[in-house]
Design a protein around this ligand. Structure first.
Ligand SMILES: Cc1ncc(COP(=O)(O)O)c(C=O)c1O
Length: 469
């Protein structure tokens, strides 16, 4: 692999990514970088040159688009044999290239990524301690796989937590431990819903849930949202009997479903003899008023299948989530799955059990709530201070992400690329929409759970510079 050492300068009138692109292109044309040579990975080069990954990525993308390099899946970028037309072509302009106002940055990349957690807050020491205990126990009990629904004592702890924290009344019997929310949905599709043909989902909504329904060849009916979340009138007009919803903090748009809409939804389920799948993925994080209990709290007629996860509070890579089934569905679940082996390793289940049993989980939840509350308020304050009228904040009352509706004539993609050129990553919600949106201002998603608190304001200032300077 060729280590590139281009001379980049912040004083130059061209942005760093254009300088980098020009120099690599120059090296390819004069064969200092011979055909077939491998370029350093984006990560390595950004480290080596101490510039952001976006800078390298944007330069590589341009070289790819112009045919100087090629990308080999799972291998990397390689210098291509140049065709005559590549050599003769004029350099295409970089999209949204700014030479005057865009700040030339080589500081840290600021990534408003959604879905990751603040690893500094993960209780590593305690987790290791309980994990050691769990391994010791495993050595004694390794001869069995464990219960197909998951470890009994862990399910009891989860039931206790759900009652105190989310207002959900259920027994350990009703809980099934799974390897993630998609796994939960998969199990439901294979068991209690195997004879159904149609699912209603929120639009925009959680794409990973939609894939599961589609892969099971169910008809998927998108239901629109209003400011209260899923429109129950539209749901009534569909023929669906099952709906997947995120009432505590609609994903991705962020509404918290108010009480009245919750009752309407339950009424729909009663009248149609239908079921509601409630995905309460980040309901623990609430920033205004008292925590809102789960929709399941109101479920007097056992119409709700509740989905929970440890990914947001603890660690996504643990792959541990759960289903709470209404008692009347337990039999059909067990009939299909009694002979199955649990998928979450017992060691992980038992580590989590010890963690919960000793009160560490409750302490951890309190700490995480405080931490994310702080990050949330720094982000909201920075948006209010720096983007004022330029962006409206949407869906900020709960969860680990919010959206901004940007007062700009540009499209979402253009804004994302301009932000990237300024070293900031913000995200589109396009992939969550079933139909392309035609209305209104660009809407962008900003996650804040992983973001170091002291980078938040800098990130928002850079967005202002990139979009409005
Ligand atoms: C809407 C929604 N549901 C559930 C999850 C969690 O999924 P899992 O339990 O598979 O980690 C996420 C994670 O980002 C999510 O966005």
């Amino acid at each position: 692999m060729h280590i590139l050492s281009p001379q980049l300068s912040k004083e130059h009138s061209l942005p760093l990514y254009v300088q980098l692109y020009e120099q690599i292109k120059h090296d390819i044309i004069n064969k200092s970088l011979p055909v077939g040579s491998k370029l350093p990975s984006i990560r390595d080069l950004s480290k080596h040159l101490r510039i952001s990954r976006n800078t390298v990525e944007t330069a590589y993308q341009q070289l790819l688009a112009e045919g100087y390099i090629t990308s080999r899946p799972k291998s990397g970028m390689y210098v291509k044999e140049l065709e005559l037309d590549v050599l003769q072509q004029e350099t295409k302009p970089f999209p949204y290239q700014h030479t005057k106002n865009t700040p030339i940055l080589d500081g840290p990349e600021i990534d408003f990524e959604y879905g990751s957690i603040d690893m500094n807050a993960f209780p590593m020491k305690l987790w290791k301690k309980y994990s050691n205990q769990a391994y010791k126990q495993e050595m004694e009990e390794a001869k069995s796989y464990g219960h197909h629904k998951g470890e009994n004592h862990l399910r009891r702890e989860i039931a206790r937590y759900l009652y105190h924290a989310r207002g959900v009344r259920c027994s350990a019997e009703q809980i099934i431990i799974t390897s993630g929310t998609q796994h939960s949905l998969n199990l439901l599709c294979e068991t209690v819903f195997k004879n159904c043909d149609q699912f209603a989902i929120e639009n925009p909504g959680y794409d990973r849930a939609r894939y599961i329904f589609e892969n099971h060849r169910f008809m998927v009916t998108p239901i629109s949202l209003d400011e209260d979340g899923l429109c129950t009138d539209d749901l009534r007009n569909s023929n669906a009997k099952i709906v997947y919803v995120t009432p505590s903090h609609q994903y991705p748009c962020g509404m918290v479903m108010p009480f009245k809409r919750r009752l309407e939804l339950l009424q729909w389920a009663g009248e149609t003899n239908g079921y509601i799948i409630e995905d309460d993925y980040d309901g623990e994080f609430r920033y205004e008023g008292r925590p809102i209990p789960a929709l399941k709290e109101l479920d007097q007629h056992d119409k709700i299948i509740y989905l929970g996860t440890f990914s947001k509070m603890l660690l996504p890579s643990l792959r541990i989530s759960y289903i709470v089934l209404p008692p009347r569905l337990l039999q059909s679940y067990s009939a299909a799955f009694e002979a199955y082996i649990p998928t979450v390793p017992r060691v992980i289940q038992n580590t989590l059990y010890y963690f919960m049993r000793d009160g560490e989980w409750d302490r951890h939840v309190r700490r995480m709530r405080l931490l994310y509350q702080k990050k949330h308020s720094v982000l909201v304050n920075a948006l209010t201070k720096h983007l004022e009228e330029a962006a409206e904040i949407v869906g900020e009352k709960a969860g680990l992400h919010l959206l901004i509706k940007v007062n700009s004539q540009l499209g979402e993609q253009a804004l994302i690329e301009m932000a990237a050129a300024a070293g900031v990553r913000v995200y589109s919600i396009e992939k969550y929409r079933i139909q392309q949106s035609t209305d209104g201002k660009p809407l962008l998603l900003l996650g804040f759970s992983k973001m170091p608190i002291d980078q938040i304001e800098d990130g928002i200032k850079r967005l202002k510079e990139a979009w409005f300077a």
